[in-house]
Design a binder for this molecule. Structure first.
Ligand code: ADP
Ligand code: MG
Length: 693
């Protein structure tokens, strides 16, 4: 078996299972092995009932007290049974498992493992797993992988398939030179893959992960560094002068720029008029007003007779940008002749847009990645702005930057100015590793007219109150978001999922409230339709995964409720919070934590104390030890498959150093000892493509 072998070659994977795997994008053995566990479960020794902490998964060794009680509610069979040990008693509930009535013998001892919940003052478990003491002892101490799943696919099936794939797999030979392996203390690729799936202990798992993260960063940085265009200082091919247009626009705007915005605008003007080609990143917290700065730069570009492009990560955001440009253009008689280019336009609409772009009739092109398709021929493309750029991947940005030279006989070797905007707080040191010589501007101030968002961190008992609150806000004409960590039932049963939650919410809220859901696995057209309907206020409450994190600007939305908030990194929660408080209304964030551990509550409480994205990311890092690497993502935008630029900052640093010293000696990677490395990383270049959730 090698990475291209279809998974149907694995024993036990027939058509039905193949189709299930296909749903989570696993077709080959390579895909399967790269489906790293999303978490691990350690089978801890059993604890007495009295010591089992609510909110945690515990194993309890106890005897069945009395005959299991069975009842039927509609077509659900419910079995309740009491268990007891020396320290106390608790109730277990099982759904649709009628056979338990026969197999759980009164007086018999078993290990029951599950999430400890409370009902009133009593502790309960629902659907715990049942083991004999011997079976449980055998598993104790091992780390069992927990995989991302889809409905119908069990964790056990994935585990078995991975085990088999690993035992028949022909591993590639090592691609790093010995010097790198030694210097950074890396496991071999083989050990890493085996240990990430089935580690003997926590330490082995950490080592395995380190190698895989190193690989991921190494491949990414190699690609970045080889792409000179992004890092080299280039001459200014499109020098621009400031005209009266931008000054007039600023005078007419209904609000003055903040001091931070003015400073950044000054930096852009200097860049575009200066001797070098602009390569700048604007970092500004959500709501800090980056768009207007981009529009000023694009206006300067248009007024100088050039074309500019603005690329957004989602269609909805592109359309929103387009509409606000149209509004500004009409209202203030700006020099823009904008055109929209997004994937869902009809062929005829696209042809029309292409023609207007190629002729130069359009001087501002706004769109999604449709902007970089081959059919688009630009004319004097002098400025490329990408909004929330991390969602794109460097490749796409690079393609767009190279577009300016193609097609129409523009000056050969000309490079457009590049401006990227991001709300992800990346510390400067990381930014330099990631982007080399990119210049960074920071908007570190919010417009003064904002009402600060009111936050609360609460437990699940607060839900009914939260629903009441949402209903009240909707009745007042506002809208709300509810975020759940997973898409559908079956991935993990202890986390809320968008699909089921929507059903629950419909039952809990008044029936005239329009509720819909949104997640990354939906068809793009459906996603766009839902986001558009929410933006147009045809939907009151949107239940979503973090896919909405950057995609949408709805100033009328005033409530952001996040379920299983403990599963998200603080930086990501902060980004989510940025979806509300974008307008004149008082906005609210409700973070629901299922886990009442002191550390979790303290961590989430940081969100209460600060609105500063940088501060929040830094605090989060400080508070969480390296032991909590799984399940919590920091960098919502800059999403690697397994690495995380924040929590794995030291590995990123190491990979950066390794790439630099490698390229110092062998810039084109043509030395024989690096041949295999070059081949491996060019073959696996897709590995570092960015994914959206
Ligand atoms: P982000 O930085 O998150 O992209 P936007 O550019 O979308 O933020 O700005 C958010 C809102 O703030 C917009 O409605 C915008 O018109 C408004 N805005 C921008 N700058 C200012 C300012 N200086 N004063 C008041 N409102 C502003
Ligand atoms: Mg924005």
């Amino acid at each position: 078996m090698n990475s291209n072998t279809p998974i149907t070659d694995i024993k036990g994977i027939g058509e039905k299972t193949r189709a299930l795997f296909a749903k989570i994008n696993i077709a080959s053995v390579g895909d399967l092995l790269a489906h790293y566990p999303r978490d691990y479960e350690a089978y801890e020794p059993a604890v007495p009932i009295a010591e089992a902490a609510p909110g945690e998964i515990c194993a309890i060794y106890a005897s069945v007290a009395g005959i299991p009680n069975q009842k039927k509610v509609r077509n659900l069979t419910i079995i309740n049974v009491n268990i007891r040990d020396n320290s106390g008693a608790m109730q277990l509930t099982f759904f649709n498992m009628p056979f338990l009535k026969k197999t759980l013998h009164p007086g018999g001892y078993y290990v029951f493992r599950g999430l400890i919940q409370t009902r009133g003052v009593a502790k309960i478990m629902e659907q715990p797993k049942i083991y004999s003491l011997d079976d449980y002892r055998r598993q104790c101490g091992q780390l069992m992988p927990i995989y991302g799943l889809t409905k119908g696919l069990t964790n056990q099936t994935v585990q078995k398939s991975v085990r088999q794939a690993l035992s028949f797999y022909t591993f590639e030979k090592e691609y790093y030179p010995v010097s790198i392996i030694q210097k950074y203390g890396l496991l071999s690729a083989r050990e890493a893959l085996e240990n990430v799936h089935f580690p003997a202990n926590f330490h082995d798992m950490q080592d395995a992960r380190k190698r895989l993260v190193f690989d991921e960063f190494f491949g990414f940085l190699l690609m970045l560094r080889k792409n000179k265009e992004l890092t080299e200082d280039l001459p200014n091919s499109y020098p621009m002068l400031e005209t009266a247009d931008t000054i007039r626009f600023l005078e007419q705007l209904p609000f003055p720029l903040t001091k931070a915005q003015r400073k950044v605008w000054g930096e852009l003007r200097e860049d575009m008029a200066g001797s070098g080609c602009m390569n700048r990143l604007i970092q500004g917290d959500v709501g800090s007003g980056k768009t207007i700065i981009a529009l000023l730069a694009l206006l300067m570009c248009a007024a100088n007779g050039y074309q500019g492009a603005l690329m957004a990560p989602t269609e909805v955001l592109a359309v929103q940008h387009y509409e606000s440009v149209q509004k500004y253009t009409e209202e203030y008689h700006l020099a823009f002749r904008p055109v929209l280019l997004v994937g869902s336009m009809t062929a005829a609409q696209k042809r029309d847009a292409y023609a207007r772009i190629a002729s130069g009739e359009a001087n501002l092109i706004i769109g999604t990645h449709a902007l970089i398709q081959n059919k688009v021929q630009y004319r004097n493309l002098a400025l490329v702005v990408t909004d929330e750029q991390h969602r794109f991947g460097v490749r796409q940005r690079e393609l767009l930057a190279s577009k300016s030279e193609e097609g129409v006989e523009s000056v050969t070797g000309a490079h457009p100015h590049v401006l990227v905007m991001s709300a992800t707080p990346i510390p400067r040191t990381l930014a330099i590793i990631l982007y080399g010589d990119l210049h960074i501007s920071v908007i570190d101030e919010l417009p003064a007219n904002r009402l600060p968002i009111k936050n609360c961190v609460v437990n699940t008992a607060y839900r009914p109150k939260a629903y009441e609150f949402i209903a009240k806000e909707v009745a007042a004409g506002r809208q709300a978001y509810v975020i759940c960590p997973q898409v559908e039932e079956g991935e993990r049963d202890d986390l809320e999922n968008v699909v089921e939650y929507t059903g629950k919410l419909k039952a809990a809220l008044p029936s005239d409230i329009q509720i819909a859901y949104l997640h990354g696995k939906m068809h793009p057209t459906d996603k766009n339709r839902i986001m558009e309907e929410f933006a147009n206020h045809n939907i009151d409450v949107l239940v979503s995964t973090t896919v909405i994190e950057v995609g949408i600007n709805v100033p009328n939305a005033t409530v952001m409720m996040v379920e299983n908030a403990e599963r998200f990194g603080l930086a990501q929660l902060h980004q989510l919070r940025g979806r509300v408080g974008r307008g004149e209304y008082q906005s609210y964030c409700i973070f629901i934590s299922t886990n009442e551990k002191k550390e979790t509550m303290e961590r989430l409480d940081i969100l209460n104390k600060s609105n500063d994205g940088f501060f929040i990311a830094a605090q989060d890092l400080k508070l969480r030890g390296p032991g909590e690497l799984f399940g919590v993502r920091q960098s919502g935008d800059l999403a690697f498959q397994i690495g995380d630029i924040y929590t794995d900052a030291t590995i990123l640093q190491a990979a950066s150093e390794a790439v630099d010293s490698l390229l110092d000696v062998d810039p084109a990677l043509c030395l024989p000892e690096n041949a295999f490395l070059a081949e491996h990383f060019s073959k696996n270049a897709n590995m570092v493509d960015f994914r959206s959730i």
